[in-house]
Every structure is written in structure tokens, then in C-alpha cells.
Design a protein around this ligand. Structure first.
Ligand code: PNS
Length: 161
């Protein structure tokens, strides 16, 4: 079974991401969790913080945590991996994901395929964006993110009940 690249912002890692990585490991020998660095965006956590949070939360030798700048297909080529894994939560994800998958296939000249996995039903409403917003406004995201991410959010925004 080949390796797969699981790209994203992971700002921060959620339990939806963790579930997807764990299920990805049932299909692939190795999953490269690749943080896309976008210099135009100001993230909540730095790339190094995000990498550390993922490494702490997922301690599995089959998971590599890395970051990349530029096009995902160029990163895939550098890593010699031609499968991208993405999670699909709700119908609303479909259009954007369909667009990206097709653009990546066009850019890579059929050299890259995207595999979609359904997000676990417990986490279909969870996104990094909603986690950031709720945590920053004083709501609890307990159970939606790994314990170390929760601690980091509480350190940033204060402890929630
Ligand atoms: O977690 P996200 O923010 O939904 O992930 C989006 C991501 C990082 C996978 C996407 O923006 C991406 O691939 N960025 C790298 C730049 C690139 O290749 N863009 C063209 C994709 S069609």
C-alpha cells in the first residue's frame, strides 16, 4: 500500500483530523500530514506550534508531520507520493474539494489522485475555523480537539468550563 499526503492548514488539529488520519492508516502504509504554509494568512498557531501539536497528539511511526510552501502537487512530486487524502464533512465541502481535486489532477498531469474519506459522524460539524472562533469567544471545545490542543487553546484564550 502506498503512502498518502494529508494536506491542510491544521490551525489547529481537531479530532476530525485525527479520526481521518487513523482511518487513512487502514488504507495507506504511511500518512504524511503536510501543513500548507500560506504567507498571506496570519495563523492562530505558528507552523512549528502546529507541527508540535500534531506530533504530540499522534504518536505513530507511520505518520510523518511536515510543512510545505507553494503548490501541493509540487510537494507531492518532491515527496514522490501521488495520493492526496482529504476529508469530506458535508455537502458544503464538496464543491471546493471537487475544484481542488480537479485542479491538482490537471496541474500534475494525471500524476496525482485525490482520495476522499467521510469525516466521522461525531465530528462532521467540526472545523478548525469554528474551533478557533468558539475558543476565542469563550466557548468550550472540549471533546472536539485532542487534549494537548485544548490545553494550548486554553493557554491562549483562557480556561473554559
Ligand atoms: O485545511 P484547508 O485550509 O482546507 O487546506 C487547504 C489546502 C492547504 C489543502 C489547499 O489550500 C492547498 O493545497 N494549498 C497549497 C497551495 C495549492 O496547491 N493550491 C492549489 C490547490 S488547487
Amino acid at each position: 500500500m502506498p503512502a498518502a499526503i494529508y494536506p491542510g492548514s491544521f490551525d489547529p488539529l481537531t479530532n476530525g483530523h485525527v479520526s481521518l488520519i487513523q482511518r487513512g492508516l487502514m488504507m495507506f502504509d504511511k500518512v504524511v500530514v503536510a501543513i500548507a504554509v500560506n504567507p498571506k494568512k496570519t495563523p492562530l498557531f505558528s507552523v512549528e506550534e502546529r507541527k508540535q501539536l500534531i506530533r504530540e497528539a499522534i504518536q505513530d511511526p507511520r505518520v510523518e508531520v511536515d510543512d510545505f510552501q507553494g503548490l501541493l502537487v509540487d510537494y507531492c512530486r518532491r515527496k514522490n507520493v501521488n495520493v492526496i487524502v482529504r476529508g469530506l464533512r458535508a455537502v458544503s465541502d464538496f464543491e471546493y474539494e471537487f475544484q481542488m481535486a480537479n485542479m491538482n489532477r490537471k496541474l500534475a498531469g494525471n500524476g496525482v489522485e485525490t482520495v476522499f474519506m467521510m469525516t466521522g459522524e461525531d465530528y462532521f460539524y467540526v472545523s478548525s475555523q469554528i474551533v478557533r472562533e468558539v475558543a476565542s469567544l469563550g466557548g468550550s471545545v472540549k471533546g472536539l480537539v485532542p487534549a494537548n490542543v485544548l490545553a494550548k487553546l486554553e493557554a491562549r484564550f483562557g480556561r473554559k468550563g
